[in-house]
Design a protein around this ligand. Structure first.
Ligand SMILES: CC(C)(COP(=O)(O)OP(=O)(O)OC[C@H]1O[C@@H](n2cnc3c(N)ncnc32)[C@H](O)[C@@H]1OP(=O)(O)O)[C@@H](O)C(=O)NCCC(=O)NCCS
Length: 239
């Protein structure tokens, strides 16, 4: 659980809060507050935004007044999907780091890995070139996922007409369908901008290969990257 000053034993709600939580989550349980306390104790992530805490667990977000510990409401996580704006570019380094595949049981690399020029090229001066197109998923004023494309000399480069994709969703929000929705939004934006296909490179062992195949990508090439990992180059036709 994130290190934040919620005291689960102090959590409570109002009669109306209880009705809202039951209705929004379709909860069929006796003790709503007890259930919410467990969500908070086991939360994947807790964020403070203004006067509220937001606690995330299993695709659900609880809104809690930070002063009074009142649970105001609860919803399924359902981020807004929108175009990336210039003020969002500062988040790209974090999402680039999260896009790096870490096999199970392997120590994550240091954050500084993104400064490797072969990786940094995915975000360097983003917004300055044709093909620099991005979408984000935003929940409670926080960006929780980003997908973007570039036409750059990088692993998944196919030709100068084909933007290459990078994507990551913050770990607490993975496997709730957000990545799929974000990709579909990006495809629409790419089509609107006149692109007819998009490429990517992905490590052969990354479970994301299945995710991309489901979204219509096919493998066009298998090759080793500069540190010896075997990558698939994948291509999706947009028309
Ligand atoms: C890949 C990723 C963007 C998918 O977003 P998501 O919101 O989790 O995806 P969805 O819920 O729409 O779809 C789930 C699918 O993602 C894939 N997936 C699941 N866990 C994953 C993980 N830890 N890493 C990569 N892909 C994963 C699987 O194909 C899964 O479907 P399946 O369980 O039926 O096989 C997200 O898991 C992520 O950020 N992973 C880490 C970064 C990454 O690997 N980026 C791609 C680099 S090329």
């Amino acid at each position: 659980m994130s290190n934040i000053n919620i005291k689960p034993e102090k959590l409570h709600t109002t009669d109306l809060g209880e009705v809202r939580i039951r209705r929004n989550l379709n909860l069929q349980i006796d003790n709503v507050v007890l259930w919410c306390k467990e969500v908070v104790k086991e939360a994947d992530m807790i964020m403070r935004q203004g006067k509220n805490w937001y606690a995330y667990r299993n695709g659900v977000v609880l809104t809690i007044n930070a002063q009074s510990h009142t649970i105001i409401t609860a919803h399924p996580v359902n981020p807004e999907l929108r175009l990336m704006r210039s003020e969002d570019y500062q988040c790209l380094s974090g999402f680039l780091y999260h896009a790096i595949f870490v096999p199970e049981g392997v120590e994550p690399p240091p954050r500084s890995i993104i400064n490797d020029p072969a990786i940094y090229v995915y975000i360097k001066d983003f917004g300055s070139k044709p093909g620099d197109i991005g979408v984000v998923a935003e929940q409670n004023d926080q960006i929780i996922g980003a997908a973007w494309t570039r036409i750059i000399p990088s692993y998944g480069h196919i030709d100068d007409e084909t933007p290459e994709l990078a994507i990551s969703i913050l770990p607490a929000f993975r496997e709730y369908g957000i990545g799929t929705k974000l990709m579909k939004k990006l495809f629409t934006v790419l089509r609107t901008n006149g692109y007819s296909r998009t490429s990517l490179s992905v490590q052969k062992d990354n479970p994301a290969v299945r995710f991309y195949e489901r979204l219509g990508y096919r493998v066009t090439e298998e090759k080793s990257d500069h540190v010896g990992n075997v990558d698939f180059i994948m291509l999706k036709e947009l028309i």
